[in-house]
Write a protein that binds this ligand. Structure first.
Ligand SMILES: Nc1nc(=O)c2c([nH]1)NC[C@@H]1CN(c3ccc(C(=O)N[C@@H](CCC(=O)O)C(=O)O)cc3)C=[N+]21
Length: 291
């Protein structure tokens, strides 16, 4: 079997257009555009590139990008004070503090300080709790992007066997919550899982978010499985995912490439979440399920 390649880049471009199409009506209703504030601490080159791309795409969607660059040596109090100001600013609908932070800063403290209604990353424990409880939440961008690709590929996910590899707060845990809400039977595997191939052999859906280059081998997969590769690993061979693409593509029914798969979806969903946050905050109705 030779897998269909899931074009995350094209899906993300469509999603960004759908988001952009709702901005003019919001502006007419409220007299302003949705605003996304991005905070970058230090000058990690990879982070700087991401932040620049986010700003570009935010503006291309007709939304306001508010960028704050802080010195790598900034103190926690100063970062906290910036978050407080962004929380209080009515023109800011979304706040994203780029992670990881330099080691002297406490990311959990910053995340807890962000107004959950402006938490477009969906990292605040209130949003994790809302998601787990089936309440309206801000949903983390990467797992929501993966879910959109899965539903586009498979339609109804009800009853499917899904294995999520990785248990982070950013991807694995919210991914498992989303798939559970869609009535999948979900297994969460991780670094201590003893027999990963055993679980993968039954999986209709595999989401790999372990952070180890080319970790998942095609021979472990159920023939025809749908494979979503969240990994972004910079190696000598260039950018590779958490899945060994060539062997997986000969076993899977469909697979996301790296690059061009999940990555572009993360940014597109960030814009979607900003649009959603803006509408909720202003009480402007929006059919969220159509975006
Ligand atoms: N608070 C916070 N929220 C984030 O969402 C967040 C973060 N911090 N810190 C860093 C990670 C990383 N991240 C990516 C976004 C887009 C691509 C992306 O567009 N990748 C492209 C290009 C990859 C490349 O060439 O580098 C692709 O996979 O095709 C990748 C990674 C968001 N992150």
């Amino acid at each position: 079997m030779s897998a269909r390649i899931i074009d995350g880049k094209a899906f993300a471009a469509d999603l960004r257009e759908r988001v952009a199409s709702h901005v003019p009506a919001f502006r007419e209703r409220t007299g302003r555009s949705p605003g996304l504030a991005v905070v970058l601490v230090g000058e990690d080159p990879a982070s700087a590139v991401y932040v620049r791309n986010k700003g570009k795409m935010t503006r291309a969607a007709g939304m306001e990008s508010i960028e704050h660059r802080l010195d790598a040596k900034v103190e926690q109090d100063e970062l906290n004070a910036l978050v407080d100001r962004l929380n209080a600013d009515p023109t800011v609908d979304g706040i994203l503090v780029q992670l990881p932070l330099p080691p002297h800063l406490d990311a959990d403290e910053v995340i807890l300080r962000i107004d959950p209604d402006k938490d477009v990353d969906g990292f605040h424990p209130v949003n994790a709790g809302r998601l787990a409880s089936g309440l309206p939440a801000m949903v983390p961008c990467t797992p929501l992007g993966c879910l959109m690709l899965l539903e586009d590929e498979l339609g109804d996910l009800s009853g499917k066997d899904a294995v999520v590899i990785g248990r982070s707060n950013i991807v694995g845990k919210p991914m498992a919550a989303l798939l559970t809400a869609k009535s999948c039977t979900v297994t969460v595997a991780h670094s201590r899982t003893r027999n990963l191939p055993h679980y993968l052999k039954h999986a209709d859906i595999v989401v790999a978010a372990v952070g180890r280059p080319q970790f998942v081998h095609g021979e472990w997969l159920k023939p025809g499985a749908t494979v979503i590769d969240v990994g972004i690993n910079r190696t000598e061979d260039g950018l590779v995912g958490d899945v060994d693409f060539d062997s997986a593509a000969s076993m899977a029914g469909a697979i996301t490439p790296v690059p061009g798969g999940v990555g572009p979806m993360t940014i597109a969903v960030l814009l979607r979440n900003t649009l959603v946050a803006a509408h909720r905050r202003e009480g402007v109705p929006l059919d969220e399920s159509a975006i």
